[in-house]
Design a protein around this ligand. Structure first.
Ligand code: NDP
Length: 495
């Protein structure tokens, strides 16, 4: 996939040219080379994709397929993802600058998501309800919703698309995906693999293009039954309002400004590694980035020294090189956004202990040095707002109560890290932190089995695990009267 080519939408099981006839270029952020041109989607393309998905949803080949067979298709798709892992890993690395070895790691676990939902497909069932009338059989079923719209960002397109696609298909829906304009290639390839796996044409569609031109028409399409979105809190809020106005559900995975807390009883060497993993892995372009680091005053200097020393030694360079530790930001505006936040931090009084400079990485790309800010506090914008880059703000604290208050003093609630050797404290602090995922003595761990949910402005609804099936099904309650006698008094409510 490294040579330049033209990518079409993927609608009804095959490539589809854009209604507008227009394409846009996608660039390798490590060296600014144009990788490919992708179809510039508009409302007409979205309409074609949603119609195809709706036809597929109503087609007996999909509608009447047994749940066991849906599981088989998901398993096959997982196998195909595994068989094409290297190609997918390289393609995504070129597209968004993620390290190839990080992508290879993601591709090792990605098939597991399909296998997990393959196993779950024939375990979606309702209940029988013991109403007070024993002559009535009351049971519930969990039905698919219809056409699900999935809108995903650029930082981990394959994984974040899979978090929606696998459970949506598992539950019997069909899907239209609008990937970020910066990362169309791997999502299109995933849709091809789904058809190769045996999903019927129209079950998985992709419309590429820009948020306003292709994303918004998808959210607003009258035949859409559900929207599942991962991206910024600002866009998520607009999408939730549109969905609510039409009474369709939305699952939203949004931004974060996660605290990573190091207590004085922690293994400081391990905690420093956890801090580095939390903010410098993936160049800080993860929703779960541990961007606010709180260190107990007794270990503050040691932690600072360890993190700063490691930050200075991080190898910046070509994401395809196995020895590189920090790749570029995904595109020029993102690099400029990071740079302007660090400048803002300086003007707010923060001190840059290391980093603080944009660089082209010797390749002409959009790199930014791993940066540590100190002399910062919770009132500064650089501590309150999501930067989405390799910028850690490190602050001291004195007591457990104080750090819990500081950690929770944010509009976000996606994740939090706690480093301690005190078991009681681990449970106590985990219970009091306002975040959907808490990691103790680890950071940035994820599994298809483990549900996750953003608190506060970080999201609505659950992804992963069995819980997410509720997001992609609706409940029906069926009452069967088995009494052959006369129907009782019509003016009295029955139970
Ligand atoms: P955006 O919200 O800008 O975009 C996300 C997606 O929405 C893109 O596909 C985008 O298209 C599309 N979009 C933009 N505007 C609209 C619109 N009006 N209607 C419909 N779709 C639209 O986020 P980013 O791509 O910048 O991603 C970074 C954000 O994602 C960060 O805030 C990060 O925290 C969050 N994120 C959250 C995760 C989580 O699980 N909680 C995981 C990963 C990231 P286009 O690209 O063309 O604008």
């Amino acid at each position: 996939m490294s040579e330049r080519k033209t990518l079409q939408h993927f609608i009804d099981g095959k490539p589809a040219e854009p209604d507008s006839g227009q394409y846009f270029a996608s660039t390798n952020p490590a060296n600014r080379e144009v990788l490919y041109e992708a179809a510039r989607g508009n409302a007409a393309d979205v309409d074609a994709a949603v119609r195809s998905a709706r036809r597929a949803f109503e087609d007996p080949r999909w509608r009447d397929l047994s749940q066991t067979k849906r599981g088989h298709l998901l398993r096959r798709l997982g196998d195909l993802v595994a068989e094409n892992a290297e190609e997918l890993a390289r393609s995504e690395s070129l597209d968004n600058g993620k390290l190839l070895r990080e992508m290879r790691g993601q591709l090792t676990t990605l098939p597991e998501y399909y296998y997990y939902y393959a196993g779950l497909a024939d375990k979606i069932n309702g209940d029988t309800i013991p109403t007070s009338d024993r002559r009535v059989l009351n049971y519930t079923t969990r039905e698919p919703l219809g056409v699900v719209g999935a809108i995903t960002p650029w930082n981990s397109p394959l994984t974040l698309t899979t978090s929606k696609l696998a459970p949506a298909l598992c539950a019997g829906n069909t899907v239209v995906i609008k990937p970020s304009e910066y990362t169309s290639a791997t999502v299109l390839r995933l849709a091809e693999l789904a058809i190769e796996a045996g999903f019927p044409p129209g079950a998985v569609n992709v419309v590429t293009g820009f948020g306003v031109e292709a994303g918004q028409p998808l959210v607003d399409h009258p035949a859409l039954a559900k929207i599942s979105f991962t991206g910024s809190t600002a866009t998520g809020s607009r999408i939730a309002s549109s969905a609510a106005g039409r009474f369709i559900g939305s699952t939203l995975e949004l931004g974060g400004k996660s605290p990573n807390i190091v207590f004085d009883d922690a293994d400081v060497a391990n905690a420093a590694t956890g801090v580095v993993a939390g903010i410098f892995a993936a160049a800080g372009q993860t929703c779960i980035a541990g961007s606010r680091v709180f260190a107990h005053r007794a270990v503050y200097d040691e932690l600072l020294e360890r993190v700063t020393e490691r930050a200075r030694s991080i190898r910046i360079g070509d994401p395809l090189d196995e020895t590189t530790e920090l790749g570029p930001l995904a595109f020029e505006d993102q690099r400029d956004k990071v740079a302007s936040y660090v400048d803002l931090g300086r003007s707010e009084g923060a001190r840059v202990l290391t980093g603080g400079q944009a660089t082209d990485g010797g390749l002409g790309g959009y790199f930014y040095e791993p940066t540590v800010l100190v002399d910062v506090n919770n009132d500064m914008r650089v501590v309150r707002e999501e930067i989405f880059g390799p910028v850690a703000a490190i602050m001291p604290f004195d007591t457990e109560d104080e750090v819990i208050r500081l950690a929770n003093d944010t509009e976000y609630g996606l994740a939090a890290g706690v480093w301690t050797s005190n078991l009681a404290r681990a449970h106590r602090v985990a219970g009091r932190l306002e975040a959907g995922t808490i990691w103790v003595n680890t950071y940035r761990a994820m599994s298809p089995m483990s549900p996750r949910q953003g608190f506060k402005s970080s999201g609505v609804g659950v992804e992963h695990g069995t819980e997410t099936i509720r997001e992609y099904t609706r409940l029906k309650s069926v009452w069967i009267n088995t009494d052959e006698g006369p129907v009782p008094d019509p003016f009295v409510l029955r139970s």
